[in-house]
Design a protein around this ligand. Structure first.
Ligand code: HEM
Length: 545
């Protein structure tokens, strides 16, 4: 029998076909990028006809000594200094990304996210978000589909309603204080970000799914474990290369976890629908995401109520609720972690924060939960606390803005230059914009007072340069909730505990070398949903009482 017959020959043909297909796609992608971006002389790093900008990424890692697990936004932030003249540059990272346009100026950010241009979300968000949400969610869809989702959930996140939910947050915060107390008693080093993720998941559970998960006190239930596993595995994909995401093992894990999440929310929807039909839910006072989805469904079927939920609605609602549970907890937990870190590094700020809490809530700490529950508007008096949170979000923004360019939309600069956005994904780099010397006095310094000074002060922030929640039609739906979570938590926690960063010890125990520092910081941002502190921010919790 000839050596190249039968199965081996078929394999060679299939593999050869794949290689050929890949080559044709690569040639097409590089050619299109060359003619639309390289030839017209648009700003970009040195481009190679074979590697595009993949080598430029490698050079950035070497040049800025970036650790492997740093977020992509922070890689681009390091590169931004090379494009300080244009404040914008293009990148060809095929096959890992479609063509990118990185922007780092207030004007470009505003143009990208404006109502007028109304740019949508790119399909490139899908691979990550699909693993979490299981389908097209309010985060990733565009047009009418997006608008319907946004309209259904908006009233559950408005300022008045959210302030009325303070009691629920305080309830979880009381549990959280007990967890911190135990950690302080044990004296153990702990990666506090993981503790914060559990805490914010408990808040997210009650405000999106109307369920108390008790993740802080007990072992995580199957839904909660499944979503965090999905994020962790997906992050592993992001860390190595996005191709890892498509390996059969990771796809199998996502499928398995996705089934758990889907079944869990499906049962929760059925159970809650029974409550609604029995008249046990007051739509005026209960606007958790699950209730808002059901209220919309019931309203649309009011002429012909259904015995059980329509499967099409259920499939849609499951996706939205998975997404909302994720966004409701992840970035807030990272912000909380960075807040503790900044407070531990800036004792004068911490002292001022504590004085403000003494002034607003009195010095009897045991009264704080009741005061918060009975008079949530007291939180509006926490001006300095809000300034601290804003400054943390300036230096450590957990997310970015991401839009799909369009042939009719060009970004313009003051000199009359015009930059095409056709066939590009525009990435508004919050981490670069938030420390841009053009907009910020002492950009790298942690100075909460900049949020309290008047326009005559050089520290006074330039309007629109702080955009952790983005602006425009696709701005963050949950920003009020997030700011409330953070203010309640700080009011409950900072006068009881100190947090002592312990990276040195963690690195010794884990044999980590000094290579993993970025701009003198060991707590650089790593991926994992939103951007979180590297290695979960190892620290010791110390009880002050
Ligand atoms: C510190 C906390 C948070 C930060 C920094 C943050 C940041 C952001 C950013 C930057 C976007 C826009 C992304 C883009 O333009 O491409 C966004 C969208 C969104 N966020 Fe947040 N977020 C936070 C917390 C929350 C919370 C607590 C919720 C509650 C459910 C939430 C729900 C959403 C939703 C639903 C969207 C999509 C909105 C749309 O496309 O219409 N986020 N967030």
């Amino acid at each position: 029998m000839a050596p190249w017959s039968g199965l081996p020959l078929a394999l060679v043909i299939v593999l050869g076909g794949y290689v050929l297909y890949g080559c044709v796609k690569m040639i097409r992608a590089r050619r299109a990028f060359y003619y639309s971006k390289v030839k017209p002389g648009l700003p970009m790093p040195k481009w190679s006809p074979i590697f595009g900008h993949l080598l430029a990424m490698k050079s950035a890692f070497d040049k800025y000594k970036l650790p492997q697990d740093i977020t992509r936004a922070n890689i681009f932030t390091a590169m931004a200094q090379e494009f300080s003249e244009s404040d914008l540059w293009y990148m060809d990272l095929w096959p890992f990304f479609n063509p990118l346009l990185l922007v780092n100026s207030l004007s470009y950010a505003t143009q990208t996210c404006s109502h007028e241009n109304n740019l949508g979300k790119p399909p490139d968000l899908e691979p990550f978000m699909r693993a979490i949400a299981g389908g097209d969610s309010v985060f990733t869809t565009n047009g009418e589909e997006w608008k319907h989702g946004r309209d259904v959930f908006t009233s559950g996140f408005n300022t008045n309603y959210i302030l009325g939910q303070t009691g629920h947050i305080v309830q979880e915060a009381e549990e959280y204080v007990e967890v911190l107390r135990k950690l302080a008693k044990s004296g153990e080093m702990v990666c506090i970000d993981q503790v914060n993720v559990k805490y914010t998941m408990d808040i997210g559970g009650i405000l999106t799914l109307n369920q108390r998960f008790n993740t802080q006190a007990e072992d995580a239930n199957r839904f909660v474990s499944a979503i965090r596993h999905t994020i962790n595995w997906d992050y592993l994909g992001e860390l190595r290369t996005p191709l890892v995401r498509w390996t059969p093992l990771i796809r199998l894990i996502h499928w398995y976890n996705g089934r758990i999440m889907k079944n869990y929310i499906s049962r929760a929807l059925d159970a809650r629908y029974i409550e609604w039909k029995a008249g046990n839910v007051d739509p005026q006072t209960t606007r958790t995401a699950i209730d808002l989805a059901l209220a919309d469904y019931i309203n649309r079927h009011k002429d012909k109520p259904t015995e059980t939920l329509d499967p099409k609605f259920k499939a849609w609602a499951i996706v939205q609720l998975r997404l909302l549970f994720f966004v409701a907890h992840d970035s807030t937990s990272a912000t909380l972690s960075y807040t503790y870190l900044m407070l531990s590094k800036h004792p004068a700020v911490l002292a001022k924060l504590r004085s403000e809490h003494d002034l607003v809530f009195g010095t009897d700490l045991s009264r704080v939960p009741t005061l918060l529950k009975d008079q949530p508007h007291l939180l509006n008096k926490l001006e300095y606390t809000t300034a601290v949170i804003k400054e943390v979000l300036r230096l450590y923004p957990p997310a970015s803005g991401f839009r799909l360019g369009r042939p009719d939309v060009h970004l313009h600069d003051d000199a009359g230059n015009s930059y095409p956005t056709d066939n590009t994904r525009i990435w508004v780099l919050h981490s670069a914009l938030h420390v841009h010397a053009k907009y910020w006095e002492q950009p790298d310094a942690f100075l909460p007072q900049r949020w309290l000074v008047g326009p005559e002060d050089p520290l006074y922030p330039v309007k629109g340069a702080w955009r952790p929640f983005e602006f425009g039609p696709r701005n963050c739906l949950g920003q009020t909730l997030s700011m409330l979570d953070l203010r309640v938590t700080l009011a409950m926690v900072v006068r009881r505990f100190d947090f002592e960063e312990a990276y040195g010890e963690w690195d010794r125990v884990n044999g980590v070398s000094r290579e993993r520092w970025v701009k003198g910081e060991r707590w650089y941002q790593v991926g994992g949903g939103g951007a979180h502190p590297a290695d979960g921010l190892p620290c010791r919790v110390v009880l002050r009482e």
